[in-house]
Ligand binder design. Structure first.
Ligand code: PMP
Length: 360
């Protein structure tokens, strides 16, 4: 069976060369006589894999020395709780920018633990843009943004200036899609299942001075950043297999020329779809062009019925997972790093034909 172009929002498509390498080593890793899935996370052979994976990520993103890189579980959702629990401290107040469903969920979760101010919001406007004005509180323990809004298809085109207040960013749906100046952030976290690798892992990149030990003693030990920082993500058993696969993705990104090259490719690929939407009479994009995501491209027709017809037709033709999120409807093409430009071109060709046939 041939692989389809998979436009899923996550878990999402992975570069076939990565899958093939993992397949080759699946039963027996190099000369180790066992699969990575069977290795003790504390064995020298696994630690080599782990250390190489972390080093590759540090290289790719240019992560400064004073940041810890943690490979955790619980998805991005656990970080919605871990961030306030670790960072609120005695200030007990944090600022959130509400720019999409996941930003909103993160703010709602943080409210359980301290005061949450909404420094900017596009919620009333259907999350169709990233606000240009923010009312940051200089006394906040941290300020929080979601750099790419997976469901609504917007992205920050700038890093907001929060002065001395540490900036926390959920980069789940656009990490590694373009170069990032990590030093502008206090904490970056990202679920793996979009641009990094298989589901079941989240990467947290944390400036060391934000890792506190004076936390509520009742806090679950797994949620404490200091637990993982002191133990190099090996306090308990990490997702060894996912970490290994991520290492393969990092190697692949390095081999093509790193994040600058990836960014160029992502711009070119998204342009194929946006250019089509801008001239189509049947399909239209749903967000302000300035803030269009390079990763998630939502679009609609004039009716929900026609949307459903297009989704069914694309699926039958081998373009899978184009149904928009239930909260927005319509269609959404997720074109993460591993989606080749050929996938975007083929989809556009198909949509063009569909439009021509339906407007005869
Ligand atoms: N943040 C963003 C931006 C996301 O896109 C998602 C998942 N789609 C999440 C958080 C939640 O991630 P998880 O399912 O890993 O908890």
């Amino acid at each position: 069976m041939e692989r389809v172009y998979n436009f899923a929002a996550g878990p999402a498509t992975i570069d076939p060369s990565v899958l093939e390498k993992a397949q080759k080593e699946l039963v027996c890793y190099q000369d180790k006589g066992m699969s990575v899935m069977e290795m003790s996370h504390r064995s020298a052979m696994y630690l080599d894999i782990y250390n190489e994976t972390e080093a590759l990520l540090r290289q790719l993103m240019g992560i400064p020395e004073n940041y810890k890189v943690l490979f955790l579980q619980g998805g991005a959702t656990l970080q919605f709780s871990a961030v306030p629990l670790n960072l609120m401290g005695e200030k007990n107040t944090a600022d959130y920018a509400d720019t999409g469903n996941f930003a909103h969920l993160a703010a709602e979760e943080a409210k359980k633990y301290g005061e949450v101010r909404i420094a900017a919001s596009s919620r009333e406007d259907g999350y169709t843009f990233i606000p240009r004005q923010f009312d940051w509180n200089p006394d906040a323990a941290y300020a929080y943004i979601t750099t790419n809004n997976t469901i609504y298809g917007t992205r920050y085109t700038f890093v907001p200036d929060t002065g001395a207040v540490p900036l926390v960013a959920d980069m789940s749906s656009n990490i590694l899609s373009e170069p990032t100046d990590v030093s502008k952030f206090g904490v970056i976290f990202a679920a793996a299942q979009k641009n990094i690798g298989p589901a079941g892992m989240v990467i947290a990149i944390i400036r060391e001075d934000l890792i506190r030990e004076d936390l509520d003693p009742k806090m679950p030990i797994y949620m404490r950043y200091d637990t993982h920082a002191k133990n190099d993500s090996m306090y308990n058993t990490p997702n060894c297999w996912a970490i290994y696969c991520c290492g393969k993705v990092f190697k692949y990104l390095k081999s093509i020329g790193g994040l600058e090259e990836m960014h160029k490719r992502n711009i070119a690929k998204a342009k194929v779809i946006y250019d089509f939407l801008d001239q189509s009479k049947m399909f239209k994009g749903t967000v302000e062009p300035e803030f269009r995501s390079l990763m998630n491209i939502p679009f609609v027709t004039e009716s929900a019925e026609l949307d459903a017809e297009v989704v069914a037709a694309t699926k039958a033709a081998g373009y899978d997972n184009l149904k928009g999120h239930k909260s927005v409807g319509g269609l959404r093409a997720s074109v993460y790093n591993a989606m080749p430009i050929e996938g975007a071109e083929a989809l556009v060709e198909f949509l063009k034909k569909f439009e021509a046939e339906h407007t005869k």
